[in-house]
Design a protein around this ligand. Structure first.
Ligand code: OAA
Ligand code: MG
Length: 644
């Protein structure tokens, strides 16, 4: 996971923690002094407003606050990094008019400082900080290091037997002490990824209504139609660089979870630890999930999904409001929309916004990376392979297209030709040309000449693929017969079982190894533990878009890219594949360990940014000389800052 200076405008400004401001707060109850927000003292345009009801702001307060921030006594070891980030994101995309908006900065000290997740350090507040910030008596006498806090939290989390309890403990920590949360995650990513991400996040979404405590993102429902701009302004951060948005209709392979899909944008953004200003959004247009509609604890609109024009209008209002408020360089990552909307939204907004669909493009990029890497294990090139997919939705057709593009790039053959090596099976069987008329548009390029085949196992026997990819969202569909058929055709069958969470995986790692007599090259979307088979230990890889989107996002943002291009996805794939070491290959792995994700992401970001420059899509000029170093310099350190 990477971290592009996650600190809010408040952290950058150094407003909080200034003893002077703390005194202001004392003199001037109520506890929060409100000032018009700016991202940091560096780009503060500081226009005062008292428009927002309840604001105690007066212009003179703002002026004094600004004076304090610019001469803040805080030693902020991140200020250099902030400066670097500001270079990237520096220009304020909003107009002057939009700056006269009701964002506020809450200046916390004492009790409220301990409840401010951006600045709270808990027992790690030093003696001098306790004096300067009115914390005396509010904390027990012990002062501990952040490292000890990490050790304690990991110890506590390991005590929980139930994954959902671990998830809740992590969410509580995020709300209590953001820096500690990210430090924990960065330092223990392999252990904690399954907690904050798939598979546990799937269960969290299913039970989100019951475990909901405090909002972690913005809920935009049909009730907000006509007022989305206003709603966006309710989010406390002014400077947003990445939005992950879902409408909850296809949460992992778990189906329609409506408003409770919020766990997904929250989980995705926790891996985006690089980007300051991350906004999780759930668009609530209702749900067709009867169970949720009848669940007392359901937190969303109790109606069936709006579709057609009503849906399109709400989404359009959202997309327009986002651009209006955050400018055209905010990255919008679509996540877990159902097929029909996912493709339409990407097509509709791909030419006007910086948008990217993680399920179509991110998954494609990560799978292509694994396939490129796999060539080292099986020999040959991509063009030597035949691919068969189970599942012809976002992930299936997205991966298929990127493989075809890469083959076309490698061999010079036209795309129409390279597509012919790729076959897809959907719920009706093999996609063949005789079905063309009735096919959805995204399936049509894959309708090749062949007699109809209903069953996957028969398709395997007839097509004789070297690579079998599961993107069906339906668990246990790679049966023993299917895997055995793959193993009968191939010395080293490549089997990717990508559906999430674990319950929806097309087969388990154990099944893949056992049914192929240990010959399969296997990776899955959700993690599986190592498997012992025939006296040998097999370590399955995790082909999850989590390898790609944080680096891709960083590359786009740091270059000021205005559009996402397929060549950027190819660059991300090639970069990820190049990160697989001989040691990894020796274990049969086609992905590098997730523990290296920050380093991997810096390289992906650099190559994506390089592509953006090459394609003329980058607006951050001049291009930094060393893009890897630049990407690293943009990354956030979760270490505490000094508030003296
Ligand atoms: O969230 C994940 O683990 C991967 C993904 O995008 C999905 O399954 O929809
Ligand atoms: Mg997804």
């Amino acid at each position: 996971m990477i971290s592009l200076n996650r600190s809010s405008f408040l952290s950058n400004s150094g407003v909080n923690g200034s003893g002077v401001n703390a005194q202001r707060q004392r003199r001037q109850p109520p506890a929060f002094v409100k000032v018009i927000a700016s991202r940091s003292n560096q780009d503060q345009k500081g226009r005062a407003t008292s428009e927002r009801s309840g604001s105690v702001l007066v212009d003179s307060t703002l002026k004094e606050m600004k004076d304090h921030t610019s001469s803040s006594p805080i030693v902020d070891p991140e200020s250099a990094v902030s400066g670097g980030v500001k270079d990237v994101y520096g220009e304020d995309s909003a107009t002057e008019d939009q700056l006269v908006t009701p964002w506020t900065v809450s200046v916390a000290s004492g009790y409220s400082l301990l409840r401010d997740p951006h600045h709270n350090k808990g027992l790690a507040f030093a003696e001098k900080e306790r004096d300067a910030h009115y914390l005396r008596g509010l904390l027990p006498p012990t002062v501990v290091s952040q490292d000890l806090q990490v050790k304690k939290m990991m110890h506590n989390i390991r005590q929980y037997q139930v994954p959902l309890q671990k998830y809740m403990a992590m969410m509580d920590l995020q709300e209590m002490n953001e820096r500690l949360f990210y430090k924990l995650l960065i330092e223990n990513v392999e252990e904690l990824l399954p907690v904050v991400y798939t598979p546990t996040v799937g269960e969290a979404c299913q039970k989100y209504g019951s475990i909901f405590r405090r909002p972690q993102g913005l809920f935009i429902s049909l009730k907000e139609k006509g007022r989305i701009l206003e709603v966006l302004k309710n989010w406390p951060e002014r400077s947003i660089q990445v939005i992950v948005v879902t409408d909850g209709e296809r949460i992992l392979g778990l189906g329609d979870l409506g408003c409770q899909g919020m766990g997904i944008p929250v989980g995705k953004l926790s891996l985006y630890t690089a980007l300051g200003g991350c906004l999780p959004v759930t668009i609530d247009v209702g749900t067709n999930n009867e169970k949720l509609l009848n669940d007392d604890f359901y937190i969303g609109l109790r109606q069936r999904r709006a579709t057609g024009q009503e849906y399109a209008e709400l989404l359009h209002e959202f997309m327009s409001a986002v651009k209006q408020i955050y400018g055209e360089k905010v990255l919008i990552q679509f996540e877990d929309f159902a097929n029909h909307n996912a493709f339409d939204l990407l097509e509709k907004y791909g030419t006007t916004h910086l948008v990217f669909n993680d399920d179509i493009q991110g998954t494609a990029s990560v799978v292509l990376a694994g396939l490129i890497a796999a060539q080292k294990l099986v020999g040959g090139t991509l063009a030597d392979h035949k691919f068969l997919f189970l599942g012809a939705g976002e992930a299936g057709t997205g991966i298929a297209e990127l493989i075809a593009l890469e083959m076309s790039k490698q061999t010079g053959a036209p795309l129409e030709e390279t597509r012919k090596n790729i076959w897809l099976v959907d719920s009706k069987g093999l996609i063949v040309s005789s079905r063309k008329e009735s096919l959805q548009h995204f399936k049509k390029p894959w309708a090749h000449e062949h007699e109809p085949i209903k069953e996957l196992v028969d398709a395997v026997k007839s097509i004789k693929p070297t690579v079998l990819i599961g993107t069906s969202g339906v668990g246990r569909t790679f049966t023993k017969e299917v895997v055995e058929a793959m193993a009968a055709i191939n010395q080293k069958p490549i089997i990717l079982s990508l559906s999430n969470p674990t319950s929806q995986s097309e087969c388990t790692a154990e099944e893949a190894y056992a049914w192929s007599q240990g010959r399969a090259i296997f990776a899955s979307g959700s993690p599986f533990p190592p498997v012992e088979y025939g006296g040998k230990v097999y370590v399955p890889g995790q082909a999850n878009n989590a390898y790609i989107f944080p680096g891709l996002g960083l590359g786009l943002i740091m270059s000021g890219a205005i559009r996402v291009h397929d060549d950027m996805l190819l660059a991300a794939s090639e970069t990820l594949a190049a990160e697989v070491t001989q040691e990894n290959y020796d274990k049969g792995l086609i992905y590098p360990p997730f523990a290296n994700i920050r380093n991997i992401s810096a390289h992906i970001a650099a190559n994506v940014a390089a592509k953006a420059y090459e394609l003329g899509l980058a607006t951050r000029l001049p291009q930094p000389e060393d893009l890897v170093k630049y990407a690293e310099s943009c990354m956030y350190s979760p270490a505490y800052r000094n508030y003296r």
